[in-house]
Ligand binder design. Structure first.
Ligand SMILES: [Zn+2]
Length: 434
């Protein structure tokens, strides 16, 4: 059997019926349960004793067990931190303090699926509807909102037999209730050498270029360039504001904007990486292939282009995000040598050169006069993977020029206009279905 992985999908509540105050009360009751659990644990009670001892009639029994469980997890992480502290030699390192038992602020309401809360997909509206039971015989109902990708993922999880919907946590911030839903699945990722479709990924500071080649015929099945230039401009805007605040010494605002910028970069990376996996999934037995960037940093000769690539965006993080999402969808990933992928002609395999956004081939006998430079590199990455998988060292090429490149722009932070789902973005690059 394969491995198991869990992830959290973040959504907001849109409440249609029931009282918001019930949710508030339940979060306060959760705090009392938390406090009581920690106190009993400090007295040496075990889980079963605690579950029996903590009892209240304004709370669902099942929710109580879930909140006690979360409190015990907090206790366990405190214990392991304390163990670590006791086994190290530096007495000046701050001793970890046990979880506080006298706070009265709200605590997340933890619930098990189908007991404390239940999610269903409405066939007509495609909305994910929720039912939360904050108290016995009291129900809060409505639908969930969130990023299109997150909502797609949740719908997939609710309709799939392979994905388990686990616990959810109800949180509150600035007037909005959030529901964080955990989903778990078992996965079994095939080996790269079982792939039928080889997908080369080239990333630089402006775009991500993807090319899917049939491993047998090396015909192009799809090609897509995801341009995130506009999103980057917004990122730079945050950066400018941050710098200005620094100049005025307003450090607290600076920190807030710094966080915002980081969250924004993460948002971009998530959307891009998800689009890569969605693109790959449209083909039979795909393998997603990156250039191996390790060690390149020391290669001074590699020049300005590569240096720019390595410093502008967190490429490593992007790769990690793609790999994680790919594993979740049972798509293998692989890496190939980075050398000359951007300087080799994808059509004939001879050297060429990059001129701005274009690639030009210097081989007179080659059909390719010019191509989109980043797409050209992604084709080479796919070729290199085929060579690697088939144990073939020749530079054989099909000598076919690539089809017209499709450029899709990623835009908006979601606040101004509704962002398109990455599945829709990914579908733009497929040449022919079936
Ligand atoms: Zn050529």
């Amino acid at each position: 059997m394969g491995e198991e992985a869990t992830k959290t999908i973040q959504t907001r509540l849109h409440i249609a019926s029931g009282e918001r105050s019930w949710l508030h009360d339940a979060r306060l009751a959760s705090r009392e349960i938390f406090n009581q659990t920690i106190r009993l644990k400090q007295q040496g009670d075990n889980r079963t004793e605690i579950q029996k001892e903590v009892d209240r009639d304004d709370f669902l029994r099942n929710n109580k067990c879930a909140v006690v469980g979360k409190a015990l997890q907090t206790w366990d992480s405190y214990q392991s931190l304390k163990d670590w502290w006791e086994n190290q030699d530096d007495p000046d390192r701050g001793k970890p303090t046990p979880p506080s038992t006298d706070k009265s602020s709200a605590y997340p309401l933890v619930m098990a699926h189908t007991e404390g809360y239940r999610l269903t997909v409405n066939d007509n509206t495609n909305r994910v509807q929720f039912r939360i039971s904050p108290k016995p015989y009291k129900k809060v109902k409505g639908h969930l909102r969130g990023e299109p990708d997150a909502m797609d993922e949740l719908r997939d999880a609710l309709t799939s037999n392979e994905v388990d919907i686990g616990q959810a946590e109800l949180l509150y911030r600035d007037g909005v209730y959030y529901l964080h839903v955990t989903v778990t699945r078992e996965f079994d990722v095939p080996e790269p050498d079982t792939a039928d479709t080889v997908i080369g990924v080239d990333i630089n500071e402006r775009n991500v270029a993807l090319t899917a080649l049939d491993r047998e015929t090396m015909q192009t099945k799809g090609t897509l360039v995801l341009d995130y230039g506009r999103v980057k401009q917004e990122r730079q805007r945050y950066h400018t504001i941050t710098t200005r605040c620094q100049e005025h010494g307003k450090t607290s605002i600076h920190h807030r904007l710094g966080d915002k910028e980081e969250r924004f970069t993460e948002w971009v990376l998530h959307r891009l990486s998800r689009a890569v996996v969605e693109f790959a999934e449209q083909f039979s037995n795909p393998v997603i292939v990156f250039e191996d960037m390790s060690g390149i940093r020391d290669e001074i000769k590699y020049g300005a282009y590569m240096n720019r690539r390595l410093h502008k965006l967190p490429f490593h993080k992007f790769e990690t995000f793609v790999s994680y999402k790919a594993t979740w969808r049972e798509v293998p990933t692989d890496t190939v040598d980075a050398y000359y992928n951007s300087k080799t002609c994808s059509c004939c395999g001879e050297r060429g050169y990059r001129q701005g956004r274009r690639f030009r081939c210097t081989n007179d006998k080659c059909n390719l006069a010019q191509d989109h430079a980043d797409r050209n590199a992604s084709v080479n990455i796919a070729w290199r993977e085929k060579t690697k998988l088939d144990g073939n060292t020749t530079n054989y090429r099909t000598h076919k020029t690539q089809p017209q490149v499709r450029v899709v722009r990623l835009s908006g932070s979601g606040r101004v206009s509704r962002p398109t789902s990455s599945r829709f973005l990914a579908e733009q690059g497929v040449l022919a279905h079936g």
